[in-house]
Design a protein around this ligand. Structure first.
Ligand code: ATP
Length: 243
């Protein structure tokens, strides 16, 4: 399978001298096209740093990050911003919707920002896939948390991204709503061939992925395929995450 995202020997050091913190150490990993990957690890293990480097939100101190055939390392901020807008979808814990805009306007905002045409048929399809038919004229405050996260997922999909990155996408949702959103992400991978990479603290959320990458002290120390929440929780306990 082709890798959509590829990290080679990526290291990230924050600060200098005595106060320097190595947040990532020589991380090498490929994210295959059409896969669902969860990233787990104890607090401070480097999950956010991994996501930020892989998504071109932050640059590594050394190593290489590639999206498709494009090398991100060394790109200036203007080009990176353009690349993110056109090729990467983001879903955050806090939804990050614009309160004054309707559902449709929120979903199409990245397209408008990148100067792309809004394909009405595609918009209808994603609205329907995320289960927001009949809500397109609502504003975020008129929606439940789960519905707001569905809008954020639709917004991420609108640009037909090569990869969707999620930073604790179910972190602000109750258990039942979180399951619905995870099922939707699973369906986005299975039904649309989308690639999804998600950072999570929740073994149940991780169990929806095809592969769970475990980070500890800035390194990928394990990868689990066909994860179950029990196996993930057990692995996290052995990493000392919950002692
Ligand atoms: N901007 C920064 N400046 C200095 N150190 C940082 C910065 N961002 C992260 N770090 C450090 O890098 C390490 C990895 O942090 P990171 O946020 O990637 O971990 P994490 O696994 O996402 O943690 P959590 O689960 O608590 O969110 C930590 O030791 C953290 O203190």
């Amino acid at each position: 399978m082709t890798d959509v995202v590829r990290l080679d020997a990526v290291s990230k050091v924050y600060g200098t001298g005595q106060g320097a913190v190595a947040a990532l150490r020589e991380v090498t990993v490929g994210i295959p096209q059409g896969s669902f990957t969860a990233v787990m690890g104890p607090s401070g293990s480097g999950k956010s740093t991994f996501l930020h480097c892989a998504a071109g939100l932050d640059s590594p101190s050394s190593g290489s990050v590639r999206l498709g055939g494009t090398e991100l390392t060394g790109m200036d901020e203007t080009r990176l911003t353009k690349l993110r807008r056109r090729r990467i979808g983001f879903v955050f814990q806090a939804f990050n919707l614009v309160p004054s805009l309707t559902v449709t306007e929120n979903i199409t905002l990245p397209l408008r920002l990148s100067g792309s045409r809004v394909d009405r048929a595609w918009l209808r399809e994603i609205v329907s896939r995320v289960g927001l038919d009949g809500r397109t004229g609502h504003r975020p405050a008129q929606l439940s948390g789960g519905q707001q996260q569905r809008v954020a997922i639709a917004r991420a999909l609108a640009i037909r991204p090569e990869v969707v990155f999620g930073d604790e996408p179910t972190g602000a949702l109750d258990t039942m709503t979180a399951r619905d959103v995870l099922r939707l992400l699973r369906e986005v991978v299975d039904g649309m061939g989308q690639t999804v990479v998600m950072v999570t603290h929740d073994p149940v959320a991780a169990s929806y992925a095809d592969t769970v990458l475990f980070l500890a002290d800035g390194r990928i120390v394990d990868a689990m395929t066909a994860p179950t929440s029990d196996r993930v929780a057990e692995r996290m306990t052995r990493l000392g995450a919950w002692v």
